[in-house]
Design a protein around this ligand. Sequence first.
Ligand code: G4P
Length: 524
Amino acid sequence: MSLKKEIDRRRTFGIVSHPDAGKTTLTEKLLLFGGAIHVAGAVKSNKIKRSATSDFMEIERQRGISVSTSVMGFDYKHYKVNILDTPGHQDFQEDTYRTLTAVDSVIIVIDAAKGVEPQTERLMNVCRMRKTPVIVFINKMDRPSRDPFMLLDEIEKQLMIKVRPLSWPINSGPGFKGVYNIWEKNLNLFSANIQYIEEAIHFKDIDSPELEKYIDKDADLLREELELVNGVYPEFDVKDYLKGDIAPVFFGSALYNFGVQELLDCFVQIAPTPRKRETEEREVSPYEEKFTGFVFKIHANMDPNHRDRIAFLKICSGKFERNKPYLHVRHGKQLKFSSPTAFMADKKSIIDEAFPGDIVGLHDTGNFKIGDTLTEGEKIRYKGIPSFSPELFRYIENADPMKSKQLSKGIDQLMDEGVAQLFTSQMNGRKIIGTVGALQFEVIEYRLLHEYGAKCRYEPLQLYKACWVESDDPKALIEFKKRKMQKMAVDKHGRDVFLADSKFILDMAQQDFKNIRFHFTSEF
Ligand code: G4P
């Protein structure tokens, strides 16, 4: 198959949701359609749940929380679908944000009874920043749900995106009869007994009295609501979706595998193929002959007996080949990979080649940092893997003087993986760990001990936010740093960071120092 054909059949996306909205269940059902797993049925078996989410880290098993991101690839019709799973726990949001840099589109799952929840909003903000095309799946229609028009209103207001329903529910909860697929013009009847996919009934003309045969007195209401839908919402235009301006919406029940195939069928048709990407130097098209890619995630401890890591590489252009030397741009050295792995649902396999849109796992002994670029020789660096301003801080100290080397190596590597951010006080050289979620402190402590044999101790540090500061006026920056000396730190790249004690102090600093720019992500 030609490079173009390989690229055009790829769909790489992430599923995101507020915890419990049904992301895992939907992922499983999509994997079922792809034949990547083989257990059909409405009742989720825990076994599938375990394999559908990555479960590589000991700490994850202990806590029962998915702290990592995994990749699941499968073939569906003539498409190659790559799902990038994202951690549901909000303390691992940064991990999710980084994963969103590697996807070409996103499916947002919303619980029909709960509507938009806080994490949905935060995730949508990231999608909006990047103009990522979004499809919404309103889940759990088998349960009593909110009015669909109200849900759509809420999505438009809170997620700040225009919506266009492409399917429409007929009631919800015990009275749920199914959905009318506006996209395909057919009726799908719901039955809680049906364990697998049911035949859709073609209904080009919704006014046909045949409709009554299937949904009885609900037919009139459906007709009315569809008329309203078509009156209120603009015609669906794929171009607007691809620009990130409008989100098509589907209704269904992932648990009962209902509405999932319509979602998947529409998704593979409209979702973007691998997109162009910005590097510091130029824009790269996936169709370029030469391979390029970047590392968006580093996963440690796949095998607890070895301290090995897997770097997740997103292929951005050309063909990636096993055993071919590639330039690690940051190190300026050539690297070859003898066992690159692809992820197919719950199993990994060594691959000989991969194409734009694919994610390849590279065995890593410490060469990679998040954001590293690999090429066939060109010195370009991919953009777009920001760190976010952390909001929780602690001093980190060595609790075992015999192990100081191990501790600094461990901290270094964990920071490269993006577990947290390390700052060094410009005042006294003390090391400060900054995180987005509280759980990371425990993760770091646990992993330092178990993977590096190093013991750390934390000391509390009350701060509001860390932000990067810069100025076009070097004198102004020097003055600012002098005035704020006690609160200045450097990040691991040596950039100036201001540690604000409170929102008030940050606001005042912004007011008093007009020549200073304050940044809340590391990408500026
Ligand atoms: P998450 O990954 O977004 O956190 O959600 P997950 O799929 O784990 O689903 C959360 C709970 O919601 C699960 O129930 C799941 O079975 C249920 N669920 C998902 N989709 C639907 C749906 O369409 N209809 C209904 N009625 N329930 C749904 P649980 O009891 O917490 O877990 P489990 O014991 O079933 O695994």
